[in-house]
Design a binder for this molecule. Structure first.
Ligand code: S3P
Length: 171
């Protein structure tokens, strides 16, 4: 099976859904942020603070290509889709599933979070602004699943149905 890439804004549930989906499908899951942290030996926050966002984006582009493209679920950082090369790579090498989430829900989930350097200032404004800017890129995915009002189990079941249909279509 080709890679399944989960994209979406911070707080959309990519990592939680990815873990559950990987367990369900008995596949390995790799998170691009965790992989970058492992490879560089630095936290995402330290990379942003010490090396800047553009170096972090370089790491995203570089390490995305270092990951396997078969029998794997890859969960991506919220900004992975901003670079066209990354959108093209994911579409060419797998199935891209955009996990959509409403700005209100995202704000609720990330209210107390301090791990995302891009949301250090006014979270409410930044979430709305960044989501609006990125929406066209997220929508280039093969499929969109709205996670705003759904449980993890429901989201995983929906993705499972999409994948099965796609695999059947490929045979
Ligand atoms: C980012 C999202 C984060 C992380 C970094 C930048 C973004 O990942 O890659 O802080 O630009 O949206 P999550 O989406 O897993 O929070």
């Amino acid at each position: 099976m080709r890679a399944i890439y989960l994209t979406g804004f911070m707080g959309a549930g990519k990592t939680t859904v990815g873990k559950s989906l990987a367990a369900h499908l008995k596949l390995k899951m790799i998170d691009t942020d965790a992989f970058i942290e492992e490879q560089t030996g630095k936290s995402i926050r330290d990379i942003f603070e010490q090396e800047g966002e553009s170096t972090f984006r370089h790491y995203e582009r570089h390490y995305l290509r270092a990951l396997p493209v078969d029998n794997v679920i890859i969960t991506t950082g919220g900004g992975m889709v901003m670079q066209k090369e990354n959108r093209d790579w994911m579409r060419e090498n797998g199935t891209v599933i955009y996990l959509h989430c409403s700005p209100d829900k995202i704000l609720g989930r990330l209210k107390e979070d301090t791990s995302r350097p891009l949301l250090d200032a006014n979270k409410e404004v930044l979430i709305q602004q960044l989501l609006k800017e990125r929406l066209p890129f997220y929508k280039e995915a093969n499929y969109t699943v709205d996670t705003s009002e759904k449980s993890i189990v429901e989201v995983v079941a929906e993705i499972n149905t999409l994948i099965r249909k796609e695999e059947t279509g490929r045979c």
